[in-house]
Write a protein that binds this ligand. Structure first.
Ligand code: UDX
Length: 457
């Protein structure tokens, strides 16, 4: 419902133009639009991204496109080292974003604040120039934000966060329970110093922001939230899960294969394993083949998203042997990109084998689907630890990606007593996710506070 303090006020959003980041920021924009705010999204024109789907699906928003500042030379560097993009983007985009803000603020005196992805830390100084309050959206979990904030401490204690420490993988990180060394974020980059700088900038400028918005809810990350409130002395608004505030709307940058749903319609309740590793992760050919045979040997039906680019050195599924395809004929369905929220909500889906990107993790919790965790990089390690060891709503694939391990994990979740208990806990967590958005629930109340906070600008 519209409020007097809201009417006419316009909010500027600036997403990081990657699927796992653009989805939650558009959802947040939608939530605030439903409260009555007008919305402008600033899109940085990115090397390979097209925003046509987004423009079509959000006709009620105004879009303003800017040049991302990346030269051909920069793009070649980020093609080799995708994470370097985060660092270059924070440098190269500054003049273009400054110009855009100048133009937009001059044009419209109703603009009251900027909401940007926490990774885009350069936006703080630019917003300050125009005396615009800047709120930050942390697209991932609070648990991983706290791990990123602890990186200086970890380095001090002789850990090498972000780079991996092969020999002590199983050891507990005593300074940071409940993690083992192998649960610390790991990134494949040639330029770890640049990555440290991005993370340091993200933490520093989040603490200096006018507020932090979280796609999470109190009951999910209670302990982390109270630590966060102690360490980040700014207004904090956990208003998630974002996607549950309204019926599914697509912010997918790729087109979603609807045969996923018609195929699921033919399968019995809770029988299917859904497999997807998100929009960025890549796996080696050998791992791909082990996954295929693990699925085949499990004897369970499966819907598998093999995104073009998922398998290093291969276009799509051409490396799958004909023997595999014959074995799983009718039992397995492979697509390039699925309507994931609809898939997870489908009654036929019984488990989600995921890389534990934060969006996928939350979407699975909201639909009560237990997980098989296979974190690939970054915050995914932290999220997987929470899923398997804190909330205990999934099993983590440990000890290498071998077909027998895969088969065992699937059987544990789909057939064993342990799987039954995991499902029960997952249903309890799903219920908590539902309740937090209802009148009087924690996210409902936090959204009210956020709305009145922004209205006061
Ligand atoms: C990235 C990082 O990898 C992740 O660790 C971080 O938490 C967010 O940014 P991504 O790898 O894409 O994200 O994973 P995730 O956060 O799970 O987001 C993927 C989104 O794409 C989800 O909203 C999911 O519903 C959607 N999706 C995925 C589809 O619509 N179709 C698919 O086939 C697969």
């Amino acid at each position: 419902m519209e409020d007097q303090g809201i009417k006419g006020k316009r909010l500027l959003f600036f997403p990081l133009p990657l699927q796992g980041h653009i989805t939650p920021i558009l959802q947040l924009a939608n939530i605030l639009h439903l409260k009555g705010f007008s919305i402008t999204i600033i899109l940085a024109d990115n090397f390979s991204t097209t925003f046509d789907n987004i423009r079509a699906n959000y006709p009620h928003f105004t879009f303003h496109t800017i040049y991302d500042g990346l030269s051909e030379d920069d793009k070649a560097k980020t093609d080799i080292d995708a994470l370097f993009l985060l660092s270059l983007f924070n440098q190269r985009c500054v003049p273009h974003f400054t110009e855009a803000l100048r133009e937009l603020v001059l044009e419209d005196s109703n603009i009251v604040c900027l909401l940007s992805d926490s990774i885009l830390h350069f936006t703080k100084a630019v917003a300050d120039r125009f005396k615009l309050p800047r709120l930050v959206l942390r697209t991932g979990g609070v648990c991983s934000l706290l791990v990123f904030a602890a990186i200086p401490l970890l380095i001090n204690k002789a850990y090498s966060p972000l780079q991996g420490m092969e020999s002590v993988q199983e050891e507990a990180v005593e300074e940071l329970p409940p993690y083992r060394v192998k649960d610390l974020p790991l990134f494949k980059t040639c330029n770890v110093d640049a990555l440290y700088q991005v993370i340091e900038g993200m933490i520093r400028e989040t603490k200096a922001s006018s507020g932090l918005i979280l796609n999470s809810f109190e009951q999910l990350e209670q302990f982390s939230m109270s630590k966060l409130r102690g360490d980040f002395p700014i207004p904090i608004f956990p208003i998630g899960p974002f996607h549950s505030h309204f019926p599914a709307s697509s912010s997918s940058l790729m087109s979603q294969d609807q045969t996923s749903i018609s195929w699921l319609d033919t399968k019995p309740p809770k029988s299917v394993i859904y497999i997807s590793f998100g929009s960025v992760a890549a796996i080696e050919v050998n791992d791909f083949l082990e996954i295929a045979w693990g699925l085949a040997n499990s004897n369970h039906p499966f819907l598998w998203v093999v995104r073009p680019g998922l398998i290093c050195g291969s276009e799509w599924i051409e490396l799958l042997p004909s023997e595999f395809l014959e074995t799983v004929d009718g039992r397995g369905h492979i697509v390039k990109w699925a309507p994931q929220q609809q898939v997870l909500a489908h009654p036929a889906v019984g488990a989600f084998w995921t890389h534990n990107g934060w969006n996928s993790t939350l979407e699975s919790i909201c639909e009560g689907v237990p997980m098989i965790c296979m974190p690939c990089f970054g915050d995914q390690m932290v999220n997987a630890r929470y899923v398997s060891h804190v909330w205990k709503v999934g099993v983590q694939l440990e000890n290498g990606l071998k077909r027998t391990n895969i088969e065992n994990a699937i059987r544990t979740l789909m057939e064993d007593e342990e799987g039954k208990q995991i499902k029960e806990r997952m249903l309890e967590l799903k219920e908590k996710a539902n309740l937090c958005l209802k009148t009087g629930g924690s996210s409902y109340e936090s959204l009210r506070s956020l709305t009145s906070y922004i209205s006061s600008f």
